[in-house]
Structures are given as C-alpha cells and as structure tokens.
Design a protein around this ligand. Sequence first.
Ligand code: MRU
Length: 365
Amino acid sequence: MIRPHRWDGRALYLIDQRRLPHEEVWVPCRTAREVAGAIRDMVVRGAPAIGVAAAYGLALEARRLAASADPAALDDVVRALEEAAEVLTAARPTAVNLAWAVQRLRRLWRDAGSALMTPASLADRLAREAEAVDAEDVDMNRAIARHGSPLLAGVTGVLTHCNTGGLATAGIGTALGVIAAAAAGGGLHVYATETRPYLQGARLTAWELVKQGIPATLVTDGAAGYLMRTGRVQAVITGADRIAANGDVANKIGTYTLAVLAWAHGIPFYVAAPRSTIDPATPSGDHIQIEMRPPEEVTHWQGRPVAPEGIAVLNPAFDVTPAALVTAIITDVGVARPPYERSLAALVQAAGATAPAVSGGGSRA
Ligand code: MRU
C-alpha cells in the first residue's frame, strides 16, 4: 500500500509529494509548526492525508511540550496546544478533514476534565488518538471501495481527476480505491487528468496507477469532453475536500467542469469520500472557503517561467460542484443519492457520527 507518512512515536515522516514521481524523499517533522509548514507547502496533500498529518502534528507538539513541562503545568501545555491547533487549521482552509482532525484531538484536552491529567498522560492520549485517526482512515478507504466498486460494473472507461489514492489518504484511497477495486475484475481502463497547475494527476495518480499495474492513460485536462463525446469514458469519479450538508462538493479545481461535461453527455458523476469529509455545519457550497494558491504555480514550472512577466493570475485550488450534478456520493457507510440533505444525514446518523462539528475552519462566515 502506498502511504504518504510514517510515524515512529517521536517523529512524523512525510514523503515529499512535490518531488514525486522522480524522487522518494522523506521529510521528518517533529513539531506542529513543521507539520503545518509541510501541509501549506504541499509536502503532504489530499484531504484525508492532511487530516492525519495534523493529528500527528498535535501529538508531536504535546510530547515536545510535556518533555520540558513541570508535571503540574497542564494549563500552560493546553494553552500552547490551542495555539498549535490554530496554526495547523490555518495551513489550508478548504479540506474539512484538517479542521475535523484538529477538533477531534482538541476535544481530548477540552472535554476530558484535566484534574487527573498530566502533560505526559495528555501527550500519550493525543498520540493514541492520532493513531486511531490514521487507522480509521485505512478502514474507511476499504469500505468506500467496497460500496463504490459495484457502481462501475459494466463501465470500460472511467475518468478521474487530481490524486485520490494512497498518497492522498492513509489507506488505499477514495476514488482511486474504488477504481482499483473495480479494475481488479478486469475490463476497466482509467483516464487520469493531468490536473493543472500542480499536476497531481500527471505526477501522483499516474505514478500510483503504474505502480499498481492498473491499465491507464494520462490526458490533458482539456481532453475530458473529447473522451466523453467519443464514448471512451462512461463514468467520472473524483474525491472531495468538503461536502456540504446539501451535497455540494468542494474538490480540486476543474471538478465542476467535469461534472457539467458529464451531465451534458448523460454520464454519471460520482464522488467518493469518507465521513470525515462531510461537513454538516456547512449548509451549502456557497459557505465553503476556496483556497487561493500562489500565482507562481501557474506562471512557473519547476522554477522556470512559462508565462510572461506582468500577467495577472487567478489560482483557485478548488471549486464547488452543485449537488444537482452529483449522481451519488460514495462514503464508507454507504452510497448517498439525492436529495443529499436527507441521505447524507441519514447515513452519518445510522453509522454513529464520527465528525465533530467544525465551526469556523473553512467556513466563509
Ligand atoms: O490540493 P490538493 O492536492 O490537496 O487537492 C486534493 C484534492 O482535491 C483531492 O481530490 C481531495 O483531497 C480528495 S483526496 C482523497
């Protein structure tokens, strides 16, 4: 299984996704600020993966603080952890998994009642919780693949966008996990978009597909309409960074375009995501903050300019696909169909919600 991180209890090692597929370099992180920097700079990316990294970031910070703290100084440690939690949450605003994981660990020091806790015991509890967030994502990925793969029965060509595989999660991936499970039966060909400007598709998804031996073709983002019109593709499946209560889906820039194209060609458009990506506190996509990335990601490639100096650039990292264009949302607890207000709420409730409500986080309000 391809994993974006390794954890040894003292450090979090992240595979530097900026250098893939050419080099496999592992970056050690020992503080929450180092983890936040790695998330901001895209050493690690993908909604579930940055949530897991943030959880380990808080565990590392607690351990570091406990090592030098007076055993009675729990309040000071908690204050410092609150600051670290803010820094981590602010690293990237759109993917709710980040705020979700931070909130989940924060509950341990906010709700647990600190009377019997010491900095050392709090650090242990945070480490165990981060490991649980990691392990649960592995299980949720498997469940998503199980629920989603039947939807691709009979499909011979599927289009996917960005990277939603092992590198973007703790497990086998979301949309790419579904694809891998469906491809195991044979007869499925995957079309992966390059995913401008950061090339998660060309660099990361293509790398994973080749490594896993899944029949696949890399295409430019602009080729999607051609693929649908010529019948090469009969379904689209992507991941998500945040799913609002009404089923609107924030995902990598270009996802909305693919959904409109799929609708125009009568092709199903599926979204695969764990429960940690569903944000019941965000009523619709209009409330989702879209991260704007640096202009250099568009004007330069590997430090070399590809556009004239002086040109203005807009570089939104994500867009919102309205629920009306989404055929189904594949989660770890089942497949939701429209109307999503009802189906998503019912699925999450039936499974016993894991998602602590995230207030603020990526919300625009
Ligand atoms: O900017 P990125 O690379 O973090 O964006 C990632 C995506 O948009 C993925 O499609 C999404 O996080 C789902 S990953 C399972």
